[in-house]
Design a protein around this ligand. Structure first.
Ligand SMILES: *[C@@H]1O[C@H](CO)[C@@H](O)[C@H](O)[C@H]1NC(C)=O
Ligand SMILES: *[C@@H]1O[C@H](CO)[C@@H](O)[C@H](O)[C@H]1NC(C)=O
Ligand SMILES: *[C@@H]1O[C@H](CO)[C@@H](O)[C@H](O)[C@H]1NC(C)=O
Ligand SMILES: *[C@@H]1O[C@H](CO)[C@@H](O)[C@H](O)[C@H]1NC(C)=O
Ligand SMILES: CC(=O)N[C@H]1CO[C@H](CO)[C@@H](O)[C@@H]1O
Length: 392
């Protein structure tokens, strides 16, 4: 997630329901499927060879919501005033089974579950008020809660993709020390942390994917590159960690996020030790653009944002900068493309161009039969009045 999270709830839920209705997904359980998942051309398939379309949501929180200044215990210093206490968001407000019910009602079959490196090593016992609606988690560390959330999701048939979102538990992304896998540390630390995570969930085959790194981006000095063989070479670093992960767990999907654009993949794609496990991914927000980081104020440029593009131009640039990897058959790079974050900007924003973008984007998902994950399916506390928020 870049810059801001808050979504205009009314906009998002009604538009998200367009996706859901268009795909006729409304149901209460994920239909039977058999882990592990693999790929076949542009599709993700289950162990029986049946298509498993990644119809995802991002359940963030364990990656941190703190904005980095002021008292960390004051909710006001957390993104949109939502304090996740470094656990999947909302456990102080809503029993986990109801959260999962609402995912299923929206047709979600996959959760992209963020974590931070700091959370993995945090031995603090959580405060009982942080899980007030889920007292079964009292006495646990954040990682034990993360374990329990994975158990609860996968028990209901949901596929979980674990995502290394941040190092320190902070709201992502900007110049925050999390730009690249090797910020302030050797690549071997990154790899050993991944092996810890992959080994921890190895016996649960519904933990189907390892999403290697969120939004690799420019730090103060260096742009990431693709194949230059230096310390900023994301193609090589992701290949290296993927090989190590596959030696530990050959079943898990390897998710490599690039850009957008995913353009460099046409020139150089991965060849993994275990074939048919590679999924590429990219993020699209209304307020980012082909040449626009999404910044407002410092760093803002006059390049168009995706919401400024016509529907035809949006579709064209989505095809050529990302979806071509899936849509071009039998190329060296052909693989599923997971549009693993998309959404509009701040809560309370009412731009018509955001609404139009969302409708167009949802139509595009249908047109291209894309794998996707919305950021984030939400039940914000102030709107929570005991009802399930679904696409109705
Ligand atoms: C990453 O997290 C580790 C563990 O919490 C910490 O020791 C290290 O300083 C962090 N690195 C950065 C760049 O924040
Ligand atoms: C990470 O990559 C950058 C860019 O090439 C390099 O300057 C830095 O030394 C690397 N960091 C570590 C800890 O290796
Ligand atoms: C983005 O920048 C590239 C390279 O400068 C240019 O070819 C392309 O037309 C730009 N795209 C848009 C939508 O402005
Ligand atoms: C994008 O790709 C889809 C699927 O192949 C195709 O139907 C559509 O016409 C393409 N759109 C553009 C603008 O290239
Ligand atoms: C488990 C894991 O891969 N952790 C990494 C997450 O990303 C940060 C950088 O933001 C690395 O420092 C961690 O090693």
């Amino acid at each position: 997630m870049r810059f801001s999270l808050g979504k205009a709830l009314g906009v998002c839920l009604c538009l998200a329901s367009t996706v859901v209705n268009a795909a006729r997904l409304t149901r209460r359980d994920v239909p039977a499927w058999t882990a592990p998942l693999s790929t076949s051309g542009r599709y993700v398939v289950d162990a029986d060879g049946n298509r498993f379309r990644l119809q995802g949501g991002n359940w963030h929180g364990a990656s941190g919501t703190y904005t980095g200044s002021g008292d960390i215990n004051d909710d006001a210093n957390h993104h949109a005033g939502e304090n996740a206490h470094t656990m999947p968001l909302g456990l102080q407000y809503v029993p986990i089974d109801q959260i999962i019910d609402s995912f299923l009602e929206m047709g979600i079959n996959t959760i992209r579950l963020q974590f931070s490196n700091q959370m993995l090593h945090d031995t603090t016992i959580i405060d009982s008020s942080w899980v007030a609606a889920n007292p079964q988690f009292i006495g646990m560390t954040p990682l034990q809660v993360y374990d329990a959330v994975i158990e609860a999701l996968t028990a209901r048939g949901i596929a979980v993709i674990v995502n290394n979102h941040t190092n320190t538990s902070l709201w992502c992304c900007g110049i925050d020390g999390n730009e690249r896998w090797n910020e302030s540390q050797d690549i071997s630390t990154w790899i050993s942390d991944w092996l810890f995570v992959v080994n921890r969930y190895k016996s649960n085959k519904r933990v189907v994917g390892a999403d290697l790194y969120n939004e690799v981006r420019r730090d103060v000095l260096t742009d990431p590159d693709w194949g230059n063989g230096d310390n900023a070479d994301w193609a090589t670093a992701s290949q290296e960690v993927a090989n190590q992960i596959q030696l530990a767990n050959p079943d898990i999907l390897i998710i490599v996020e690039v850009g957008p654009p995913l353009t460099p993949v046409a020139g150089l794609s991965h060849t993994l030790l275990v074939p048919h496990k590679l999924v590429y991914s990219a993020h699209f927000y209304a307020y980012t653009g082909p040449n626009h980081s999404g910044a407002t104020g410092i760093g803002e440029t006059s390049d168009p944002r995706y919401r400024d593009l016509s529907r035809a131009d949006l579709f064209s640039v989505m095809n050529s900068s990302a979806s071509y990897v899936a849509l071009d058959a039998e190329m060296h790079y052909t693989a599923p493309v997971w549009l693993s974050e998309f959404g509009v900007a701040g809560r309370g924003e009412t731009l018509d161009s955001d609404k139009t973008w969302f409708q167009n984007f949802a139509d595009y998902l249908v047109l291209t039969d894309a794998d996707f994950a919305f950021w984030p399916p939400r039940w914000v506390p102030e709107q929570w009045d005991g009802q399930r928020l679904g696409p109705s």
